[in-house]
Design a protein around this ligand. Structure first.
Ligand SMILES: [Mg+2]
Length: 285
């Protein structure tokens, strides 16, 4: 029995600051269905508060406790561990870490810092890693989609520092199991009782399936561009045979959504061309 739905935000509910067609209505129906909903994101160019504000502006109306961000998870980890971070993050994310002691840093926090991801800053982080500081990453996403094109995300820079320093980053957003478990624990459901909906085949879908969640790949956001070539295409092909539209229909019944609501969501997005095809449902077999 499905009890909870975890929704990725970027590329699933919104893109470039606009709600995707049909998404607001579908989320409203989910909110009223009695299912527990949580909104998840690895975005590291906005604070948790800014993410909540944008969802509100777009009409999704989440309660504050329904939004889980990777930067928020990193802040909680730093506080629990008593670490002083060297923040290699986007300037708009700085308020997320306000009030934390940052002098004589003993941890490196790496996010999508955009222009700050230059040699000088990366080398400064590298020096700290050599001294034993842990590398805390928002995620390992390879890229994100903005204004119709794909752009480098934090993942490639995480891998570069790991390679240089011979260490392994602690990832605190998706696809880390700790992130998913924190959300499930907050709701109070088992992995098999939750559905993850995302547009990233690796960080959303495969990561969730490996933890025992059901998962749904939405063909919007980064999905289209990411399927053109390379490992993601291979990963998706590898995963698809175990997915079944029948599972999607079964989950729909389980979450008490009417067929008309789901069909309307599908057809709306298809008609307007924001999604290239229907929603695929995945279930671990
Ligand atoms: Mg996404």
């Amino acid at each position: 029995m499905l009890k909870a739905v975890l929704l990725d935000i970027s590329g699933v509910l919104s893109e470039d600051g606009e709600a995707l067609p049909g998404a607001v209505e579908a989320v409203a129906r989910l909110q009223s269905s009695g299912l527990a909903l949580r909104f998840l994101t690895n975005t590291s160019r906005k604070t948790s508060a800014a993410v909540r504000d944008e969802l509100q502006r777009l009409g999704f109306a989440p309660a504050p406790e329904q939004v889980f961000t990777a930067p928020g998870a990193i802040r909680r980890y730093l506080e629990r561990s008593g670490l002083r971070p060297y923040l290699l993050i986007h300037e708009r994310l700085e308020p997320e870490f306000a009030g934390l002691p940052c002098e004589k840093p003993n941890a490196v926090v790496l996010g999508d810092a955009e222009q700050r991801l230059d040699y000088a800053h990366l080398d400064e982080a590298f020096q700290l890693l050599l001294e034993g500081a842990p590398l805390l990453a928002v995620g390992t996403n390879r890229y994100f989609r903005q204004s119709g094109t794909l752009h480098l995300d934090a993942g490639p820079f995480v891998r570069a520092l790991e390679y240089a320093a011979g260490i392994e980053a602690k990832v605190l957003g998706k696809p880390a199991s700790d992130f998913f478990h924190a959300v499930l624990d907050d709701i109070g459901v088992a992995p098999g009782e939750a559905l993850m909906v995302g547009d990233d085949v690796e960080c959303d879908v495969i990561a969730a399936m490996e933890l025992g969640l059901q998962a749904c790949l939405i063909r919007s956001g980064k999905y289209c561009g990411g399927m053109r070539r390379g490992r993601r295409r291979h990963a998706a092909r590898r995963a698809w045979p175990s997915w079944s539209i029948r599972c999607w229909r079964r989950a729909r019944r389980g979450c008490h959504l009417s067929n008309s609501t789901c069909s309307r969501y599908d057809s709306n997005v298809s008609q307007r061309g924001s999604y290239r095809s229907v929603i695929f449902m995945a279930m671990k077999t």
